[in-house]
Structures are given as structure tokens and as C-alpha cells.
Design a binder for this molecule. Sequence first.
Ligand SMILES: CC(C)(COP(=O)(O)OP(=O)(O)OC[C@H]1O[C@@H](n2cnc3c(N)ncnc32)[C@H](O)[C@@H]1OP(=O)(O)O)[C@@H](O)C(=O)NCCC(=O)NCCS
Length: 175
Amino acid sequence: MGTATTVRRLDAAEAADRVEALAEVLIDCVEGGASVGFMRPLPRARAVAFWQGVAQGVARGERALLVAEDGEGRLLGTVQLILALPDNQPHRADVAKMLVHRRARRRGLAARLLSALEAVAREEGRSVLVLDAVTGGDAARLYARHGWQRAGDVPWYALMPDGAYCSTTFFYKHL
Ligand SMILES: CC(C)(COP(=O)(O)OP(=O)(O)OC[C@H]1O[C@@H](n2cnc3c(N)ncnc32)[C@H](O)[C@@H]1OP(=O)(O)O)[C@@H](O)C(=O)NCCC(=O)NCCS
């Protein structure tokens, strides 16, 4: 794995090009027990279809998609900013699908993705960001460390990939 990890925003063509690699990261996270919208086992075709939909959303300007890649261009992590919100929330965006492959964790990649995503949000004129994360999980610590405010917890909000209920914590950040 190369040492020079870069974080960048993908355009629609690049996003469509990377759906297989993005699916691989998503499957790895779900296999690792992450509650990110899918149950285990996550079939490859379903993961690929999800990222094809994301790429179409990027093409429509509804989402910004960021990736972290190693020096050889291998995809290590990703995060999204959802820009398509109701007319009365033009200043807001949601953060979604922060995913780092298990082999690339605990090196600050998620922190870099989050900083880059906040910069994209500012460029897009968004000043209120919202996200949710499993209560007390690795991601919740990440957001708290990066100045996100904890709005509250919703017990039994979602399922873990193995079917167990989990509580979700909502966070926000004013940029
Ligand atoms: C949550 C997640 C994105 C974090 O990714 P990551 O790249 O490992 O995050 P970071 O490296 O920035 O931080 C993780 C930990 O490594 C530590 N760390 C960062 N750089 C480090 C370094 N160079 N050396 C040692 N430790 C380091 C951080 O302090 C943090 O410690 P903590 O867990 O005790 O709080 C990742 O675990 C993941 O993809 N999980 C599954 C998917 C998921 O749950 N996504 C969240 C959806 S809301």
C-alpha cells in the first residue's frame, strides 16, 4: 500500500468508474459489523447498485462524493455530502456513508475525509451539517473529536448487520 494517501472529490464520470472499488469498501465495512444501511451478508450486486445510484446522484448535483486513495490509486475510504434537501433548507447538508476499509483504519483517514467534506460544504454554501452514527461507536467518537455537537440519541433507531437493534446519536455542526 502506497504511503501518499490523498483525499479528493470525484466528478460524476469518476464516481461511475469507481463503483466496484466503492462496493468493496462498503462490503468490508458491513462484514466488519458496521451499521451503515445494510444487513449482512451484503451481496456484491446490491452494493454495486447502491454506488451506481450514488454516481447518478453526483451527476445530478444532489451529492458530493469524496474518496481517500493510496499512492497506487487504491480506494481506502469514502464519505458523502447530501446536497439535495427541501427548499427551506438551502443552507444545510447531511453527511452520509463515512466508510474506511478495515485495513486502512486508525491512521487518521476518516479525520481527513471529514475535514475535506467540511471544506466542500463551505464551498457549496452549506453552514449547517447533520449526521447520525451508532451511539458510542467508533464514528461517534470521531465526530465528537471534530467539534460536532451531540443533539441526542434515538434508542432502537436501526439494526446492526446481524439484526440486533442499535441506538443512533444525531450530531450537528455549524460551519
Ligand atoms: C468510523 C471510521 C470511519 C473511522 O475511520 P478511521 O480512518 O479509522 O478513523 P481515524 O483514523 O480518523 O480515527 C480512528 C481512531 O484512530 C486514532 N488514530 C488516528 N490516527 C492515528 C495514528 N496515526 N496512529 C494511531 N491512532 C490513530 C484516532 O485517534 C481514533 O481513535 P479512537 O477510535 O480511540 O477514537 C471507521 O472505523 C469505519 O469505517 N467504520 C465502519 C463504518 C462506520 O461505522 N461508519 C460510520 C457511519 S456514521
